[in-house]
Write a protein that binds this ligand. Structure first.
Ligand code: ZN
Length: 243
């Protein structure tokens, strides 16, 4: 009797773990609708510059609002240019660059880079493969303008200087920092992209445990995933301060 009930308990535990792993995989690869997830809230329109509805984890938005208020008192305006982007959103973005529907540096990549592996790498310079974006997690915010040129203007320079000094006090870290400084591979420097570490640290730990190359699929060019070390060279090749 005792043995059999112990086995039942073990069995139930294993089932629960398998179910949790499955749900976590869905979350980490962005295969959900943030507008229907109870942990997410809508970004108030006055803090957004995108013009469409955006969502963040409640904790991320609260930390951002506190930071934006202090910045404002220092004469720095912070607005959210992009927040949570789920798998489907990222897939449209990716596929449109792949087919040439969206031009990259003014070029139709399907014509200018017929070699598909090379095209994959080119799109990767600034766009994440669907399923490996930190934007899936509700912890990432693009601030003010997702273009390098903005951060070359005096206004952009002031914003970035303020963020590098103050964002860590509110839990934010810049994962894609200068590649020369940190000797990392992966995505190019993104001065606009800030990650809310109190949540993102746990998510990246879970990601490392759970997600394999075989979980990254469902978009054009997916057959090239095994020939690139995406998980190590992209998702985990970030500013060490953000790990
Ligand atoms: Zn970003």
């Amino acid at each position: 009797m005792i043995t059999s009930s112990l086995l039942d308990i073990e069995h139930e535990r294993a089932l629960k773990k398998a179910e949790k792993d499955k749900q976590d995989k869905i979350y980490l690869t962005g295969n959900f609708d943030p507008s229907l997830n109870e942990n997410f809230v809508e970004v108030p329109i006055e803090h957004s510059i995108s013009g469409y509805k955006m969502y963040l984890r409640k904790e991320t938005l609260n930390a951002f609002l506190k930071m934006a208020e202090v910045a404002n008192n220092n004469g720095i305006e912070l607005k959210i240019a992009s927040a949570t982007r789920n798998f489907d959103y990222q897939k449209n973005l990716w596929n449109n660059k792949w087919t040439g529907y969206t031009l990259v540096d003014g070029k139709d990549l399907s014509k200018s880079i017929p070699d598909e592996l090379e095209r994959f790498k080119k799109i990767l310079e600034y766009s994440s493969v669907p399923g490996i974006s930190r934007h899936h997690w509700g912890t990432e915010i693009d601030i003010n303008d997702a273009n390098p040129e903005y951060f070359e203007t005096q206004k952009g320079k002031d914003v970035y200087e303020w963020l590098t000094q103050n964002a860590p006090l509110f839990g934010f870290c810049q994962p894609y920092n200068s590649k020369e400084d940190s000797k990392r591979t992966g995505f190019n420097e993104e001065k606009w992209h800030w990650s809310y570490l109190p949540l993102a640290k746990d998510f990246s730990k879970r990601y490392k445990e759970l997600i394999k190359d075989t979980d990254i699929n469902g978009f054009l060019g997916e057959e090239y995933v095994p020939s690139l070390n995406l998980i190590n060279d992209y998702i985990f090749s970030i500013n060490p301060a953000c790990l």
